[in-house]
Design a protein around this ligand. Sequence first.
Ligand code: FAD
Length: 334
Amino acid sequence: MQLFDVIIVGGGPCGLAAGIEAAKAGLSHLILEMGSLTESIRQYPRRMRFFSTAENIEIGGLPFPISGVKAGRDEALQYYRKAAAYYHLNFKLFQTVWDVQKEDDLFTVSTTTGEQYQARKVIMATGYFTRPRWLGIPGENLPHVSHYYDEPFKYSFTNVVIIGASNSAVEAALELYRHDVNITVVHRGEDFRSTVKYWLVPDVKNRVKEGKIKTVFDSVVTQIGEKTVTINNLKTGEESHLPADFVLVLTGYIPDAELLRRCGIELDPVTQVPVYNKETFETTVPGLYVCGTVMAGIYTEKVFIENGREHAQSIIDHIMGREVHQVKELIQRI
Ligand SMILES: Cc1cc2nc3c(=O)[nH]c(=O)nc-3n(C[C@H](O)[C@H](O)[C@H](O)COP(=O)(O)OP(=O)(O)OC[C@H]3O[C@@H](n4cnc5c(N)ncnc54)[C@H](O)[C@@H]3O)c2cc1C
């Protein structure tokens, strides 16, 4: 079994930042990633634009030059790939980590395909995007139902039901409406979520007023069929049906709590936030750290690239026995 100073589980922006800090500190490292490099971002809507300015999602001190202010998905993919190459990061892709166990002072990291690696320290940077929040309703696993939205052209001239009313749902609804899609947004609340980006609100509200985007609020989808969805109005109890060639369940994502528990990390039973040291990001298992959005539990909107990328330096400082870089208050709020 190969032994590394540090194994990082997850090759997203925060995992890469940890790899860079490890490399800078002269530690041997391995990043194990279940998909492609920055798999989560690769799965984002093709034409999305980050809300952060490019400089706020830089890693490893490498400038992220773009012609505008905010990067799109493709620019971010190019940037993180170049950052990984520039720092000669050592990674293995398409390796899903199943378990991390500590014996004496060494960790054994096992993958779903039976590979095993050893490390003195392990950093969990598995994010949240691989785990959609399933509704648990009949029909949710049918082929025309997806928990991810990629691009609009597939849906032109069809009936699409979007479940959810957050940023992802609103952005998808607006883009689909502009591609001749008959869109209905179904949401259990009485309006779009208050966290929707302020610059999207007038656009979506005006499209709703014009009847271009239909909304069914105070309602839940109880069943998905081949061509329709069944809806229950939470206020009146009334049942209705809507045509649906495609259903996009955009109700968010959540970190893999089972994986963290399996690795021995304690989690809050309600919020699923791991127990960790707020300065060093070490969990209840000494030498096992959380980094990036994985530490957010159900509060996934609170840790993102902008603040999650900073965890890397504190973790590597702690591993190296250096004075620990103090992350900003913003990051400490979970
Ligand atoms: C549409 C959209 C727009 C966004 N815009 C912004 C923005 O403008 N600014 C900002 O700061 N944030 C933004 N975010 C949030 C941000 O992208 C995430 O918070 C960020 O990706 C977190 O980085 P991470 O490295 O912690 O996790 P991720 O990027 O999710 O990386 C985790 C990686 O771990 C891998 N992984 C998971 N489980 C395993 C396993 N068992 N074994 C091996 N590998 C595993 C995954 O495949 C993934 O590649 C946005 C999110 C979305 C969805």
